[in-house]
Design a protein around this ligand. Structure first.
Ligand SMILES: [Mn+2]
Length: 302
């Protein structure tokens, strides 16, 4: 497989800075070596997509903070993502905070729409990321991105890289959820998303839950995108994230889920976001992110 690493070191979407250093931390943790050791060709867009500088940016509307610079950078990411797919590559997109995913999801949406292919998205996250400017308590765009891709929210986000709904909400599943805002919970229910909270995963066990998630996508879509927010993991294994929340995926659970996704043969692209080296301990979270990437790309023990 040809893997193309696309970096967008942008941390405007969260209230804690530092995830702009995420791509560098993942490089340091051996991402490229991991990808090539699996027998994949590994291309990079290094030095990545240029991100505007935070200290010189205007916050703008407090309900959708830093909308303009996020739209500017994510439009470039959408184009790079689509180009990678057109060239037969597996785009492996590194953030940055989760706001960058409006770029990757928009590029994916454009690519699959042109080819008449259906696609789905597995959102591995402690949060729903299904707020809009009207429901978000913080105004941080990283919590609005999945909603925007599904057509809800500000037109600058929903219409990024083309005025069409990028992702069918009926082809979305979330896993690892353990914190939702009231307005976003309501919108998620209306949109009809499939949600696996940590409690759902505890009840079923990770193997059965993974099987169910994969069957869901197998019945619905031709291709699958996975968006991994490192805050889905338990802070014991991934302390370096903007919003650490107890009760997340264990080391073994997330690797099993990743292996099962790879084995499904549906996966065509992935995002890995919210690695924050400023808050990390000995680059542990970047190391975890690299392990997850390796399993998603087919790495297994035997
Ligand atoms: Mn997220």
């Amino acid at each position: 497989m040809k893997v193309r690493i696309i970096e967008l070191p942008l941390d405007f979407g969260a209230s804690r800075r530092g995830s702009d250093m995420g791509p560098s931390a993942m490089r340091l943790a051996g991402l490229k070596e991991t990808v090539t050791a699996l027998g994949h060709e590994c291309g990079e867009n290094f030095p990545g997509i240029p991100a505007p500088v935070f200290e010189f940016a205007e916050e703008g509307d407090p309900r959708v903070k830093f909308l303009a610079p996020i739209v500017e950078a994510c439009s470039k990411l959408a184009a790079e993502t689509e180009k990678a797919l057109e060239e037969g590559c597996f785009p492996l997109i590194l953030g940055g905070d989760h706001s960058i995913a409006i770029g990757s999801l928009s590029g994916l949406g454009a690519f699959y729409k042109k080819r008449g292919l259906s696609w789905g998205c597995l959102w591995i996250d402690a949060h729903g990321d299904f707020n809009t400017g009207d429901t978000s308590p913080s105004g941080n765009i990283h919590g609005m991105i999945l909603a925007a891709a599904c057509g809800f929210g500000r037109p600058e986000l929903t219409g990024l890289y083309g005025d069409f709904v990028k992702l069918d909400p009926g082809s979305v599943a979330l896993a690892g959820v353990r914190d939702l805002d009231p307005g976003e919970r309501l919108l998620m229910r209306q949109a009809g998303l499939r949600v696996y909270t940590m409690a759902d995963i505890d009840r079923r066990g990770i193997a059965a839950a993974a099987e169910e998630i994969i069957s869901f996508f197998r019945e619905k879509v031709d291709r699958l995108h996975v968006s991994v927010d490192m805050d889905a993991m338990d802070p014991m294994i991934a302390p370096g994230v903007g919003i650490p929340l107890s009760g997340g995926f264990s080391y073994r659970e997330v690797l099993l889920l990743s292996e099962e996704i790879a084995a499904s043969g549906l996966l065509g692209s992935a995002d890995i976001v919210e690695v924050n080296p400023v808050l990390d301990v000995r680059n542990q979270t970047a190391g975890m992110a690299v392990e997850i990437a390796g399993r998603l790309l087919g790495g297994k023990i035997y």
